[in-house]
Write a protein that binds this ligand. Sequence first.
Ligand code: MTE
Length: 315
Amino acid sequence: MLKRKSSGVQPTEITPRSVYLNRRAFMTGAAAAAIAGVLAPSEEAYADNRLTTVKSPLSLTGVQPTSLQDITHYNNFYEFGTNKDDPAREAYRLKTRPWTVSIEGKVQKPQKIDIDSLMKLRPLEERIYRFRCVEAWSMVIPWVGYSFSELIKEVQPLPEAKFVQFISLDDPNQMPGLRFSPISWPYSEGLRMDEAMHPLTLLTFGLYGEPLPNQDGAPVRIVVPWKYGFKSAKSIVKIKFVEKQPHTTWNDQGPNEYGFYSNVNPNKDHPRWSQKTERVIGASIFKQRQPTLMFNGYEDQVANLYTGMDLKKYY
Ligand code: MTE
């Protein structure tokens, strides 16, 4: 990833909803919007909007989720800037309705699905997952969504579909970061079909029981909890079923730093830093670093996808 200034985010504990609606960030956004002459976010935009969710056996139990304040103010979303605090300040510009996701490529039922229909396709589950960024920090996030495999079954891939590609929105009118970065947009990520079909792979619409905040990838993103966070593309507009391994944004940027697989692997260092440990965002100073687990702790569930593969070669 590119070098950035620190965001100065302070460690916080679980925060009541009324407190996490960060007034300061809101005011900064409003001021910037006033200067830019665009509509600022209104407090009504934060009106209570809880999603109905069911329990999931695939959710972690007995873990303390990261505070919503940290989850929404320490983000990587380069379309809104390269600093960790840019997305919280800039992502109010993203218009998430109307929104259509186009399903294309090697499928029997290619289609354009309206986001609200996509959300209603299956019951939404709350899934608390570990989330590990390639930059050696981690969070625990209570996502809301359903297994991506449910959508795959619905659209019926053809036998020649071997990979799935996820493509994010790239609209410079809504995403100021697109103009100031060397990355070739749109953001693109991909999975092998068996990885995409794995029940842990979550088509994600919310977190902490509410629709995704824009900075976390509204209105729909993918979350692949055993892989580094950059595999989890945000604000998806296109899902393509393809025969060949698709190009992916970070692999294009630095092929020897960011592989296609990018499974969390403490035994394979990034060329510029160790992956053995991770900084726990929001933890007390006494618990700030912890050992990184193989497959981010999901080894029992996913190791069989990689039998016989050298995971140092296929990083
Ligand atoms: N998706 C898009 N479209 N653009 C991005 O810059 N950043 C990735 C991933 N998905 C990114 C993206 C990276 S590097 C990480 S670590 C996670 O999103 C961060 O997700 P979060 O901000 O919700 O924690």
